[in-house]
Design a protein around this ligand. Structure first.
Ligand code: HEM
Length: 308
């Protein structure tokens, strides 16, 4: 393990490593660099207050949102099977806003910040233009949990539409309801029309912009709906390790907090001018307790400053 850095990762070093791994694109987000800004509305369900008293989730509001393709390369092809899809949204009235950032896999690729830095450094291109594959292999053997996310992606068919993808908030968020009771939830954002999948062969034939074109076509033809689900914890569910799911997570109790309806395309400048901030959560949803979440606000702030 001595060839890998330990004990000194900071949000700034993570941002530098995210950018270096993706080829250092100036003025691009360090992560989920390519995407499309959209707008819509949020309508709470009748059960939202059973789970959270957050005014972001219990009141109707406008939504600003962004669909994206993972990684720090703003020119990545939409069909790239190895990267995630992202969906960030801001809901709630002024002073009651929350930003929820979700991705197309239920786990993150690192349990600690040091492990995240080492993961990225192992994959940073060297003088020959690509990562040292022997180094990647050695790191993966020593850190098997860093492959959980890639294994999840590999086990699921490529997605054919941003509108037909399920997205996860990954962390365990403490949610306090209208009776003052607190429990952990996970956010899962489910396309009302179901998942849209491609075969590997179909994905290979798709043009570079196909997800973005599909999004625009669907919005022109009507609206796009997602159910915002809260997965409810059970005693003993692990809340500190973002590389693992809760046991039987796919079968745990779920409550629909509300529906997001995407109704229009926004100029990308509207999303580029702000930062979807994972720490921006209105009372009733608290900060997840894990160390990875704790670094996200600072990392996003550094990336935001670099791209402005
Ligand atoms: C663990 C689950 C995570 C999820 C679901 C997630 C999701 C996302 C998404 C969807 C975006 C795009 C935001 C947008 O549309 O503007 C984003 C951006 C970003 N994320 Fe993450 N992320 C995660 C973890 C992390 C971690 C651990 C770090 C670093 C410590 C990080 C650093 C960043 C940075 C620097 C940006 C760019 C921010 C900007 O320039 O506005 N993320 N993330």
């Amino acid at each position: 393990m001595s060839q890998f850095p330990t004990g000194f990762a900071t949000p700034a070093s993570i941002v530098d490593a995210l950018k270096a791994e993706a080829g250092d694109s100036p003025k691009a987000r360090a992560s989920f660099a390519r995407g499309r800004c959209v707008r819509g509305t949020y309508v709470p369900s009748g059960r939202a207050e059973e789970i959270t008293r957050s005014l972001s989730f219990t009141r109707p509001s406008r939504v600003l949102a962004r669909f994206s393709v993972g990684g720090g390369n703003p020119k990545v092809a939409d069909a790239d099977k190895l990267v995630l899809r992202g969906f960030s949204f801001r809901l709630g009235a002024v002073d009651q806003r929350s930003d929820i950032l979700t991705q197309s896999a239920p786990v993150h690729y690192a349990r600690t910040l040091d492990q995240m830095l080492a993961f990225l450094k192992a994959r940073t291109p060297g003088p020959n233009g690509g990562p040292d594959l022997e180094n990647v292999r050695a790191f993966s053997v020593a850190n098997p949990e860093t492959l959980h996310q890639a294994s999840y992606i590999a086990a699921h068919p490529p997605r054919g539409s941003f509108a037909g993808t399920t997205y996860w908030g990954v962390h365990s968020f403490p949610a306090t309801n209208s009776r003052g009771e607190t429990r952990f939830i996970k956010f899962k954002v489910v396309p009302v029309g179901g998942n849209v999948t491609l075969t590997e062969e179909e994905a290979r034939m798709k043009p570079a912009d196909f997800l973005h074109d599909d999004l625009e076509n669907r919005i022109r033809a009507g609206d796009i709906r997602f159910s915002v689900m809260a997965l409810l914890d059970r005693p003993g569910d692990p809340t500190m390790d973002v590389t693992i799911r809760w046991p039987n997570e796919d079968r745990c109790e779920e409550v629909r907090l509300g529906t997001i309806v995407i109704t229009g395309i926004e100029p990308n400048e509207a999303c580029d001018a702000i930062m979807f901030d994972p720490a921006n959560l209105t009372e009733g949803i608290g900060h997840p307790p894990d160390e990875i979440f704790a670094a996200r606000h600072a990392a996003c702030t550094i990336s935001f400053a670099k791209r402005r």
